[in-house]
Ligand binder design. Structure first.
Ligand SMILES: Cc1ncc(C[n+]2csc(CCOP(=O)(O)OP(=O)(O)O)c2C)c(N)n1
Ligand SMILES: [Mg+2]
Length: 423
């Protein structure tokens, strides 16, 4: 085969996850710096001055639940309780909607279990009108911003209250009033869109910034890299968040490059400020986002933040993680559970206790249950047609192109001939 027998044959490296089903999981080799050990650079420092932060881990909450070090955002107990409640509500919402899918009330659902601190604490650190370009795992943004749960459920059920009229996959919310850009099933498209929106905001002389999220797997898409280039070149007022939950359906993070370096280190090549943050530490998430937002608001440019976390459950209701990863990973994962960690902190401060926590869990579960009851009045999957057939081609283009109008007419004529109701 070889044309030069004196040279070794070439070979490829194919990444392989450390643990597979049945394996003992051991994260002992994952470096976890102590809470409080990472310096906090001034917001106007040049990105080149803090390269180390792309390889470390910003952490605030220590093992005893104390907030330590320069990144402690020093939030009031009320704000801490607000973030805790948003996370608990997100988890309760996920539980309920997962169950609704299993009951056949919707076709699809995606949980964010274990990742709640990211969207929930960030919603508190951003302004309400900062524009969010999320992926499908940041439902916590809407929930923390007190967006009506019924509205989200209507979309999940594609029922007659669905503001998107059944045109999107369940969980792909969209709300202009909520500053929440339409979620796209095409991974990473939201990144260049967010950078473009941020550039437009600056061109108009506005004061609003943009934030965008993608999973670590999605950084392998070209869109991630063109977004970083534009963000760097024009110093766009944007925060690019990479949620590294270590899995992309059944592909582990190694296939997106995690064996070679960190995702935060992608920032260095683009000359962007890069931070790597404990994604299960709500205070570190808040502090990093506040820091990045201040950079963006004061024209210091973009920040790329990697949130290191773990996808505690399956990718979606269509997935079975026990087929490809060790069941022990979740319990062995060293950064813990974000809700338990913030709860422990509030208790350590003397601002919370087990009784109040149990009462809160009950309250949010009841709130979700009541919303579900209301949403189901608008219909669930399989219980008839919730949107008139005649609307099928609407709301895709501002003005319907001739070929869609032609197809619409054809469909209506066929439905009429078959005696199917269309309006
Ligand atoms: C362009 C594109 N490629 C592939 C898919 C199929 N797909 C949907 S989600 C997913 C995994 C994404 O993983 P990651 O970015 O890590 O996000 P996570 O699901 O872990 O939050 C894949 C491959 C898609 N929707 N779009
Ligand atoms: Mg992932």
């Amino acid at each position: 085969m070889s044309t030069r027998p004196n040279l070794p044959p070439l070979r490829l490296h194919v990444p392989e996850p450390k643990f597979r089903p049945g394996d003992e999981a051991d994260f002992g080799d994952v470096p976890i710096p102590a809470a409080g050990a990472t310096p906090r650079p001034a917001v106007d420092s040049a990105p080149a001055a803090f390269h180390d932060l792309a390889y470390g881990l910003v952490r605030v909450l220590d093992e005893k639940g104390r907030a330590v070090g320069p990144w402690d955002p020093k939030l009031s107990p009320d704000t801490l309780r607000g973030i805790l409640r948003a996370m608990a509500k997100t988890r309760a919402f996920d539980e309920r909607m997962y169950r609704a899918q299993r009951q056949g009330k919707t076709s699809f659902y995606m949980k964010c279990t274990g990742e709640e601190a990211i969207a929930c604490a960030q919603a508190y650190a951003l302004h309400r009108d900062d524009m969010c370009f999320p992926s499908y795992r940041q439902q916590g943004l809407l929930i923390a911003r007190d967006w009506p749960l019924v509205d989200m459920m209507n979309q999940i059920y594609s029922n007659k209250g669905d503001r998107l009229a059944g045109k999107q996959l369940p969980i792909m919310y969209s709300t202009r009033e909520g500053s929440f850009f339409s979620i796209s099933g095409n991974l990473a498209t939201q990144l260049p869109q967010a950078v473009g929106w941020a550039m437009a905001s600056a061109i108009k002389g506005d004061t609003r910034i943009a934030a965008t999220w993608c999973g670590e797997g999605s950084t392998a898409e070209g869109d991630f890299h063109s977004a970083c280039t534009f963000a760097s070149v024009y110093r766009a007022p944007v925060i690019i968040c990479v949620v590294n939950n270590q899995w992309a359906i059944s592909s582990f993070s190694g296939f997106a490059g995690a064996e070679a370096t960190t995702f935060a280190a992608r920032a260095i090549g683009y000359g962007i400020a890069g931070l790597r943050v404990d994604g299960n530490d709500a205070l570190a998430v808040y502090a990093a986002t506040e820091w990045a937002a201040e950079r963006a608001r004061t024209n210091q440019g973009p920040t790329l933040i990697e949130f290191f976390t773990y996808r505690a459950e399956g990718h979606s209701t269509s997935d079975d993680p026990s087929a490809y990863r060790s069941a022990q990973e979740r319990e062995k994962w060293p950064l813990g559970d974000p809700i338990s960690r913030l709860k422990q902190h509030l208790i350590a401060l003397g601002e919370w206790d087990e009784e109040r926590h149990a009462a809160m869990d009950l309250e949010v579960a009841n709130e979700v249950k009541a919303a579900q009851k209301d949403a189901e009045k608008n219909g669930i999957l399989g219980h008839g047609m919730h949107q008139p057939m005649s609307t099928m081609f609407q709301d895709v283009f501002e003005t319907m192109p001739w070929h869609l109008e032609e197809q619409r007419q054809e469909m209506l004529a066929e439905a009429k001939a078959a005696g199917i109701e269309t309006s």
